[in-house]
Write a protein that binds this ligand. Structure first.
Ligand SMILES: [Zn+2]
Length: 318
């Protein structure tokens, strides 16, 4: 990371103009990549949408890198404004390209930040588990791996995030991703900060579980612990969102649902100022569940359940 950091610092040193070029290039690269990705999903309608949100995200990521390494506050603000500004201009296209289900459309704008867990390269550096905490935790761990598929968790979570985002956008939910590629370096604090800076209505973190015992299986929804001093302000709403997601996934008989797990040890929750929930979609160390999570039909149905839970929560908050 240090050589990359140096490169970014140098670029920023050159000036705002060059940063804009990087942003444009980033947007172009994302469109290019999203096109390839969506091909495999046969989901042309959400291609534009993912790209739109992704463009905003790219800007957010760039903004974050800049903020980490310099005090170029002016650049940062521009990047976020540009990113946020892109989505509304594309809104009419969205509704034109998809037949909207009016009964499912939200009246009020509701912003969900989706965080696909992990990334291609773990960052084993440490960061405080909560604001002002002396206890340190790994910035971002490597995640688990599919015991049958060999698929790394970070790939599954990104695939799932883009599918979930597409479903949510069709229902009128505004979506921003913390990452849209695997080649990022975003700690769990960084990810929570994306949601904070965007004043998201909900941060949803997508993960998959792992265990030494291959028999262990099932989906769990993690939610901030009740007596966690860092998450007092978001405990109730987070739990509500977690409960809606559990309730909706329980309707899917193909999915094993283990229920809610209260966690006070997750920096991604403790640094979040907005209601947050984390779905462990299943165990990649369980052969059957690993196969299911790589089955496009199973995954899309599961993510539709999760989207249903999020929309339930959005309606509850109206
Ligand atoms: Zn994970």
């Amino acid at each position: 990371m240090s050589s990359k950091t140096g490169g970014i610092r140098t670029r920023i040193g050159i000036g705002i103009g060059f940063a804009s070029v990087i942003l444009l290039l980033g947007s172009f690269l994302f469109f290019h990549q999203a096109g390839a990705k969506e091909h495999t999903k046969k989901n042309n309608a959400s291609q534009v949408k993912s790209s739109v949100a992704g463009t905003g995200t790219k800007a957010v990521e760039d903004e974050k890198k800049e903020a980490e390494n310099t005090s170029a506050a002016a650049d940062s603000t521009t990047a976020v404004t540009n990113g946020a500004g892109n989505a509304p201009t594309e809104e009419p296209k969205k509704t034109d390209s998809v037949t909207p289900d009016q009964s499912n459309q939200l009246q009020k704008e509701f912003l969900v930040v989706i965080d696909p867990g992990h990334q291609e390269k773990a960052n084993l550096g440490t960061e405080p588990v909560g604001p002002g905490a002396s206890e340190l935790k790994t910035k971002v761990t490597g995640g688990t791996t599919g015991v049958v598929t060999g698929k790394p968790e970070y790939k599954l979570t990104l695939d799932a995030a883009l599918i979930l985002g597409g479903i949510l956008e069709k229902r009128g939910v505004k979506v921003i991703y913390t990452r849209t590629t695997n080649q990022v370096n975003l700690s769990n604090i960084d990810r929570a900060e994306v949601a904070n800076q965007q004043h998201a209505d909900l941060l949803i973190r997508l993960h998959a579980d792992g265990s030494d015992d291959q028999n262990v299986r099932g989906l769990s929804v993690l939610t901030p612990a009740q007596n966690d001093p860092y998450t007092k302000g978001i405990f109730e709403d987070s739990l509500k969102a977690s409960q809606f997601i559990v309730d909706e996934t329980k309707k899917n008989t193909a999915v094993t649902v283990n229920g809610i797990s209260y966690r006070g040890d997750l920096s991604g929750f403790n640094w979040s100022k907005v209601p947050s929930t984390l779905v462990e979609m299943g165990y990649m160390t369980n052969p059957a569940e690993d196969r299911s999570l790589s089955d496009p039909v199973y995954l899309k149905n599961l993510l539709t359940n999760i989207a249903d839970g999020i929309v339930d929560y959005a309606n509850y908050k109206k």
